[in-house]
Structures are given as structure tokens and as C-alpha cells.
Ligand binder design. Structure first.
Ligand SMILES: C[S@@+](CC[C@H](N)C(=O)[O-])C[C@H]1O[C@@H](n2cnc3c(N)ncnc32)[C@H](O)[C@@H]1O
Length: 365
């Protein structure tokens, strides 16, 4: 057996040629033996990065109440499938479930479904959620197709950024695809370009087709496929989705592929499987795909504005009222981290996709 994912990929390139960036990302994150998510719990100060639910319980609590209010607007269906994509440690869903008990009928009607491919993180999620609510154990799925028919409320935080992207460079001779291949000594990975094509790549936004020479354009067929599946289901069977992630509000050229290891940026090709690999979400492509699937999008709006509209200030005040000075300081620091423009407040954005018959969801108007 190979010693590392780099060896596996070099062998694959030797046998069948360069990889697309999407193939490379899929292997680096999901390879069953060496993939980043397949082999570790990467969250927290001792890991590689911190996500909003790990910053503060307030994030998951507000999202849980958002779901309960949307469920009321849906006509209180029972049962309702409450789905989370990419649940990480299960922290968001545990906080959301706890807060949602304020609307007892929703908490009772909700069947919890977690879409997760990592066996390591499924075990962490089971520990968190079965402890938090032994009477309401979740079901796990590898993708959305396993969720039973019926109305659905779906949440996803920092899920779409982990889905593979394709990259293209505009050259004087046409569009070239960016590929990953073996370096000159055969022991490392480098980027290379495919021969040019006069036809623009499929899925490329009209706003990007005329990008200047040298520009990089990105598309994510995987993300568009997930949004299409969500949108069709919301339009057909009913429900709403709330998606939060970092990215740009409209399609635009730019190289956003990035690797993070130990809370610092890392060379994306240096250690496949050892660093988190992500790309900014193109919210323009998300809303276009949702509309094509028959769903109605709201947003994107900045995470900071969204959370403040949902009542982050009031929740922070309630927590501070019963807190020690040190705890109060950490609640204030968390609120700042989640909402400030230089932190997660504007780069991170919220978008809701809904059945077109539903009223506008909380936080978007
Ligand atoms: C950046 S983490 C976000 C975790 C969590 N939502 C949070 O906010 O803390 C990405 C999550 O998506 C999962 N994931 C990545 N790619 C996936 C895929 N193709 N299908 C299902 N889950 C995936 C990872 O295992 C992880 O749980």
C-alpha cells in the first residue's frame, strides 16, 4: 500500500494523466484512507480551524429558532425532516435542537438527518447528539438522496466551501483548464494548464466569460448539483434551506482555492490530505441554480447582519446577565467574532432557499 496520498496521486497521474482540480480536492478531502475529513476531527484551537458553531452556542441556538419559525410558516408539518449537511462535530445541531425545544411541537415533529461522509466525524456527531437528546437519535446519510420524502428544513454551515471546484485560466488562445500533475522530478505535485479551448467551460457565469487574459474562473458542478437537488425538493415537496458560508455575492473571476493547516495558510499541493482545502462559494451560482430548480432565494446577506436581525444582541445580553466577568467577556468576544466586518460578519454570508409559496424567512427583510 502507498505511504501517502501524494504517492497515490502520483501513481494515478503516471497511469492516467493529470487530475482536474475537482478530482484533486475530492481525493485530498475524501480519500477513504488518507483524506483530510476521513481521518481526523480538525476543529478547534488544537485543530486547523474554528467554525461559527464552535465560536459560540448562540450561533446554533439562533439557527434552531429560525428553523422553528420557518416550520410554523410551513403550516407545522408533522413529521418534518430536519436536515444538516456537513455537521462537523454536531455542535450546531445540538445547540439548535436545545433552542428549538422552546417550540415543543416543532421539536417533537422533527426527524433529524445528518449528511456526512466522514466516519470519524459521524462518531463525534453521535457522541454529541445522542448525549444531547437520547430520545431523538439522528439518521446518517452519505448524500441527500437518502432523505425520505416529505417537507424538509435544511441547514448547512461551511459545507459548500468543501465541495470540489474546477478552475480555468483565460489565455490569449482560449480557456485552459487548470490541472494537477507531477513536478519535473516526479516526486511532487504542480499546477499545469490543458490545451486551450475556444468554447467557454460549461457552467461558467456570463459575468465571467469576458474576463481579462490571465484571469482564473471557478465553477463547482458538485455545489450546483447539491443546490439543484435541494431546490427541486423544496419546490416539489415543500420546505426551506438556510446556507451559510464564505464567498462572493456575485460570480466573479479569481483564484480562491486555499489550504489551511494549524490555523495558517498552506500550499494547497504540498501535503494532500493533511490540510483543509476549500474554495469561496459563488453565491451568484447558488441563487441561479436554486431559481432554475424552482425554489425562491433570499439573500445573500452578511452573517453579521443576519445574526443581529435574529436577536444575537438579546441572546448575548441574556447569557451575560447570569455570567461571571470572564464568561461575559467571552460572550462579547464571540459576538464580535461572529459579526464584525473584519472577522466573520461580512465575508460569511447567509442565503435562504424556499418553496415559492412561503413568506420571506426571518432575518432576510
Ligand atoms: C468545514 S466542516 C463544517 C462543519 C460544521 N458545519 C461546522 O460549522 O462546524 C465541513 C463538513 O462537511 C463534511 N463534508 C465534506 N465534504 C462532504 C461531502 N461531500 N458530503 C458530505 N459531507 C461532507 C465534513 O466531513 C465536515 O463535517
Amino acid at each position: 500500500m502507498a505511504d501517502s496520498l501524494r504517492d497515490v496521486l502520483l501513481r494515478r497521474i503516471a497511469l492516467s494523466g493529470p487530475l482536474t482540480v475537482a478530482d484533486y480536492m475530492a481525493e485530498a478531502l475524501g480519500h477513504p484512507h488518507f483524506g483530510y475529513y476521513a481521518t481526523r476531527d480538525p476543529f478547534g484551537a488544537a485543530g486547523d480551524f474554528v467554525t461559527a458553531p464552535e465560536v459560540s452556542q448562540m450561533f446554533g441556538e439562533l439557527l434552531g429558532l429560525w428553523c422553528a419559525v420557518v416550520w410554523q410558516a410551513m403550516g407545522r408539518p408533522n413529521p418534518v425532516h430536519w436536515v444538516e449537511l456537513g455537521p462537523g462535530r454536531g455542535t450546531l445541531m445540538a445547540d439548535a435542537m436545545r433552542a428549538s425545544r422552546k417550540v415543543r411541537e416543532f421539536a417533537e415533529a422533527a426527524h433529524i438527518h445528518l449528511v456526512e461522509t466522514s466516519p470519524v466525524l459521524r462518531r463525534v456527531q453521535a457522541d454529541t447528539l445522542v448525549k444531547a437528546s437520547p430520545s431523538h437519535p439522528p439518521l446518517w446519510h452519505a448524500d441527500l438522496s437518502g432523505i425520505p420524502d416529505g417537507p424538509m428544513i435544511l441547514i448547512a454551515n461551511e459545507f459548500l466551501d468543501a465541495l470540489p471546484i474546477l478552475q480555468f485560466e483565460r489565455t490569449a488562445a482560449g480557456w485552459c483548464e487548470r490541472l494537477v500533475t507531477a513536478g519535473p522530478r516526479g516526486d511532487g505535485l504542480i499546477f499545469a494548464l490543458s490545451p486551450p479551448s475556444r468554447r467557454p467551460p460549461p457552467l461558467l457565469s456570463p459575468a465571467v466569460i469576458d474576463a481579462p487574459i490571465g484571469a482564473i474562473a471557478e465553477v463547482s458542478p458538485a455545489a450546483v448539483g447539491v443546490i439543484d437537488a435541494i431546490g427541486r425538493r423544496l419546490a416539489g415537496v415543500g420546505g426551506a434551506a438556510l446556507i451559510i458560508d464564505y464567498g462572493h455575492p456575485q460570480s466573479a473571476p479569481g483564484d480562491t482555492l486555499q489550504a489551511v493547516r494549524g490555523h495558517a495558510y498552506h500550499d494547497p499541493l504540498a501535503d494532500p490530505g493533511q490540510a483543509d482545502l476549500t474554495a469561496h462559494v459563488d453565491f451568484g451560482a447558488v441563487t441561479r441554480a436554486a431559481i432554475e430548480a424552482g425554489a425562491k432565494p433570499f439573500g445573500p446577506i452578511g452573517q453579521g447582519l443576519f445574526l443581529e436581525r435574529l436577536g444575537l444582541g438579546a441572546r448575548a445580553d441574556a447569557l451575560i446577565a447570569g455570567a461571571t466577568p470572564a464568561q461575559a467577556e467571552s460572550v462579547c468576544a464571540a459576538r464580535h467574532r461572529l459579526t464584525a466586518a473584519g472577522e466573520m460578519g461580512t465575508l460569511f454570508k447567509a442565503v435562504s432557499l424556499q418553496n415559492p409559496d412561503l413568506p420571506p424567512p426571518p432575518g432576510f427583510t
